[in-house]
Design a protein around this ligand. Structure first.
Ligand SMILES: *[C@@H]1O[C@H](CO)[C@@H](O)[C@H](O)[C@H]1NC(C)=O
Ligand SMILES: *[C@@H]1O[C@H](CO)[C@@H](O)[C@H](O)[C@H]1NC(C)=O
Length: 891
């Protein structure tokens, strides 16, 4: 049968967009695809399928469209797909009457020659170009003989980045005609478990979609399917026009009980990090705003509107200032001021009265802002643990003062000196975005384009929201030395709430058994180190079971991230360095079959290398390289200290070791669930530790058989303005007004001014107040469905030598040396438990030999500790009676 005439398509992409520097779609991940256009006469597009597989944020999408030419002459068929600018095309094939023409990725220069040759021979060329804010459009047209069938298949891959608490996959749907089999199918696999999943179409409400849309998730898997019937596709019951025209968006997030997740397959690893529950680090923000004449009208109004909304959201502990630049520079205040309600009110008036005027002096506006931030820091006008950010908005190029971009970049770079990030917002198209981006990147920030549209104010505000909540600064991810190769970026100036830090690399030894990573960062009130330890055997087993994930996804994710970062670095590199970065990125693009700004896709006729038909490449350079607005944290495991002297664990059994006697005394306290008991109280150093009693699940009223435990502990030091509440579920720290929350799944060390709190995942917490005071809280977890028992806590005093002689409480009263004498040991009813007489604190008591366990080293087995048991709630041993130790609440 007459196969298609060798149509030649080239999807090239051309530098069309390079010129304006191409917006990086930082913020979102979108994937869009529109499909087919079977257009009219004689061409029947009978099937379109978009299949998405997402494994650990790495999306692999295949768009397949099938058409047949029912006319009696050859016709042109085109295929359009809109895909996210942040995606890389990895494959494109054409199948005509059963013959497949595969795609190959080639170096751009090589492909370009083939493309030019094809064009000169009058063959059709395909094109990829930017389309809208976040997409680029891949278009190809093929001449198809009468009666022939054609299949287009485009594959692209992308790492979905987390913004404002979710991953978003954006598919553009635009079939332009009714399609018999239209289908979107997404399978998501996330080893951390999926916490939310949603899908919606911009062109129709979910109610009307009815049975066409299904979405579900459970555990680690999520599924979305959109399969409208022909009737459901009609824009009205009798129409032949398609209703499907717009965005189909899938959003999801994963479980965040654990701050980090590491996955390792075939010697490649990826480490995701996004801790929750930390307080926001106070910010010092300087807004540097272009008020030149070109901002006149809607842009100025939208900018003011956005600034006013941002002022509503600024937190009182933040510091801020506004710098307006035109030909001159105007400042709101001479120095940064705190965002008190009065100052915010004054700022609103200032913003409302902004008037556009004159030229554009970017250099002086930025330098003024930078020197103000530097000065505020030097003169200690802003809080010690605060972080600084500079946000510049402009709609045009510098045209007065220092207006040479390289010189402005140099001035800004020198003034900032790497101390804080610069975010550049480019408003509209009439500016040199490459310059703004290059300047932001070399100052640890990013540039974002603000599109001139009715929602420009929301775009501005949305950007601010992304950077409004830094949870950690100076984030560094560390791996054991010499164990890792080819690491992607592992330091970030900020981790912003709602984002995620992703680091990938290769293991030197594929067969290592143990993988450990530390994430260090400065928080609002303390320094944190999150540690992630991975048992390789366990992980391999867990991942192997998932047969539907594509096997080398971590390696591809690593390659994607590495290329993205090399391309970004390359933007500000020169000479040999630039060549080297280019060479590395090109090598990887070719090896992993990615169409990047350095490569093109060439579709060839099988066994005919001469007859190349299609080329796909990536427009310009700007589509890539979001630097994650994210970061991390980590932990050191705690070193097993000396044997504890005092502790309480189990059905609360109090154990007091008396080193001088090489022996121990023990007693129980029997109280109603809900009772809070004082364990330690030191009026001199300010320490208190209280514990709340829980019962078992049955809640037996009989105190003889009832088991009770500590379910909640409150450790506080009022002098240090520090409180920590530990339950069997979570750990909450308060310091002054700031609150941090952690789960028992974290492994993290929090440090500040001599205080350190280390959570060892699912095991224990070590709280040290410098030298001389250390407590350990042990978590006892029971089988969740256990009919009777529930999780409980043990409390151990490992070091108490700095506490005063006035310390009291059920444990605290024993911190001072005391003596006891045991005599008259005789056997009781149980030969293993002899009775004796004890003289202690001037009381003569009958005691029984018994044993308890110390669970500090091993929570499942425990170490046996022999002790003399004092009956009746410790009566005679403890000062007063046990009810004297009941306190109203935990703090
Ligand atoms: C490209 O897609 C075709 C058709 O599905 C497939 O046979 C080929 O292996 C793919 N090439 C690559 C490099 O994945
Ligand atoms: C780039 O430079 C590094 C050393 O600086 C070298 O090891 C590497 O081989 C170079 N890569 C390429 C592709 O030239």
């Amino acid at each position: 049968m007459a196969s298609a005439q060798w149509p030649c398509l080239i999807l090239a992409l051309f530098s069309v967009l390079v010129a304006s520097g191409f917006p990086r779609s930082h913020a979102r991940l979108l994937e869009k695809r529109s499909l087919l256009e079977g257009e009219v006469n004689g061409i029947d597009v009978y099937s379109t399928k978009i299949s998405c597989k997402v494994t650990s944020r790495f999306a692999h999408n295949v768009v397949t469209t099938r058409a047949v030419n029912r006319a009696d002459t050859a016709k042109e068929v085109s295929f359009d797909v809109e895909l996210p600018k942040t995606a890389f095309i990895t494959n494109f094939t054409l199948t005509i009457d059963g013959v497949t023409y595969p795609g190959n990725v080639k170096e751009k220069e090589v492909a370009k020659k083939q493309y030019e040759k094809a064009v000169s021979q009058g063959k059709t060329a395909g094109l990829v170009k930017a389309s809208g804010r976040k997409l680029e459009k891949f278009t190809v047209s093929v001449n198809v003989a009468a009666g022939s069938k054609i299949t287009f298949e485009l594959t692209y891959e992308e790492l979905l980045k987390r913004h404002k608490g979710k991953y978003e996959m954006y598919l553009k749907v635009q079939p332009k005609q009714l399609v018999k089999h239209f289908e979107i199918e997404a399978d998501i696999f996330e080893p951390q478990g999926i916490s939310t999943l949603d899908a919606e179409a911009s062109f129709i409400t979910n109610d009307l979609l009815g049975s066409a849309l299904t979405k579900s998730f459970s555990g680690k898997k999520g599924h979305v399917s959109f399969k409208p019937s022909l009737d459901q596709q009609r824009s009205c019951p009798t129409c032949t026009e398609s209703l499907l025209n717009g965005d189909f968006t899938i959003t999801y997030d994963v479980n965040r009980e654990s701050p980090a997740n590491v996955q390792i397959v075939n010697g490649y690893f990826v480490h995701f990090f996004a801790p929750q529950g930390l307080p926001t680090v106070p910010k010092n923000v300087v807004f540097v705003i272009d008020i030149s004449g070109s901002m006149h009208g809607r842009k100025m109004e939208q900018t003011k509107d956005a600034l006013l909304k941002i002022l509503d959201d600024v937190k009182e502990e933040d510091y801020l200032n506004f710098i307006l630049f035109s030909g001159d520079v105007i400042t709101w205040k001479d120095n940064l001021v705190q965002a008190t309600p009065e100052n915010i009110q004054e700022a609103r008036t200032f913003v409302r009265n902004i008037q556009d005027q004159g030229m554009t002096n970017i250099n002086d506006g930025l330098l003024r802002g930078i020197s103000m931030l530097n000065k505020a820091r030097e003169e200690h006008r802003v809080p010690e643990r605060s972080t600084s950010i500079i946000i510049m908005l402009t709609d045009g190029d510098a045209n007065t003062g220092e207006s040479r971009p390289p010189k402005i970049q140099e001035n800004v770079r020198n003034a900032i000196g790497g101390k804080f990030p610069l975010y550049n917002l480019g408003f509209g198209d009439n500016l040199n975005f490459n310059f703004l981006e290059s300047m932001a990147l070399e100052n640890h920030g990013i540039a974002r384009r603000i599109y001139e549209d009715s929602d420009a104010n929301l775009q501005l505000q949305g950007f601010y929201e992304e950077v409004a909540n830094p949870l950690l600064t100076s984030v560094e991810v560390e791996y054991p030395e010499n164990a890792i190769l080819d690491l992607t970026k592992n330091t970030y100036q900020h981790f912003y709430d709602g984002s995620e830090i992703v680091v990938a690399g290769r293991l030197v030894d594929k067969d290592m058994n143990n993988f450990k990573a530390d994430v260090k960062g400065h928080g609002a009130i303390n320094d944190l180190t999150f540690t992630e330890e991975v048992d390789m055997m366990e992980m391999e087993k867990a991942l192997q079971k998932q047969d539907y994930i594509f096997g080398n996804y971590i390696e591809r994710l690593w390659a994607y991230l590495t290329i993205e970062q090399l391309l970004e670095k390359r933007k500000n590199a020169l000479g040999d360095e630039k060549e080297n970065l280019t060479a590395q990125a090109l090598d990887l693009s070719l090896k992993y079959h990615f169409v990047t700004p350095l490569t093109s896709m060439v579709v060839t006729k099988p066994e005919d290398n001469e007859n190349q038909m299609a080329i796909a490449d990536k427009p310009g350079e700007g589509g890539h390289g979001d630097s994650a607005l994210s970061s991390f944290a980590s932990t050191d495991s705690y070193q097993s200290p000396l044997t504890p002297y005092y502790y309480v664990d189990g059905d609360p059994h109090f154990i007091i070791q008396v080193p001088e006697k090489d022996d121990a005394i023990c007693f129980n306290i029997d109280e109603e669930p809900g009772t809070v008991l004082s364990l330690i109280e030191d009026p001199i150093t300010g320490f208190t530790v209280n514990g709340q009693i829980i019962g078992d699940k049955r809640g037996s009223p009989n105190s003889e058989t009832r088991k009770t435990y500590f379910g909640k502990l409150g450790i506080a030091n009022t002098q240090m303005d520090f409180w920590i509440e530990v339950t069997t579920e979570k750990i909450t720290l308060w310091n002054a007004a700031a609150q941090s929350t952690f789960s028992w799944l974290d492994t993290v060390t929090v440090t500040q001014d001599g205080l350190s709190v280390t959570i060892n995942r699912k095991k224990n917490i070590v709280v040290s107040f410098g030298d001389g005071v250390t407590f350990v809280v042990v978590l006892h977890q029971v089988w969740k469905k256990h009919p009777v028992h529930q999780d409980f806590l043990g409390f151990y005093v490992v070091d108490s030598h700095r506490m005063s002689a006035q310390t009291h409480g059920l444990l605290g009263q024993f911190f001072h040396p005391f003596d006891f004498k045991v005599s008259d040991i005789h056997s009781g009813s149980d030969p293993a438990k002899p009775h004796a007489t004890m003289v202690v604190k001037n009381h003569r008591l009958t005691v029984t030999r018994g044993s308890q366990k110390d669970y500090r080293k091993d929570v499942s087995i425990g170490t046996k500790v022999d002790c003399w048991f004092v009956h009746n709630n410790g009566q005679g041993l403890i000062d007063g009676v046990h009810s004297d130790y009941i306190v109203p609440d935990l703090f």
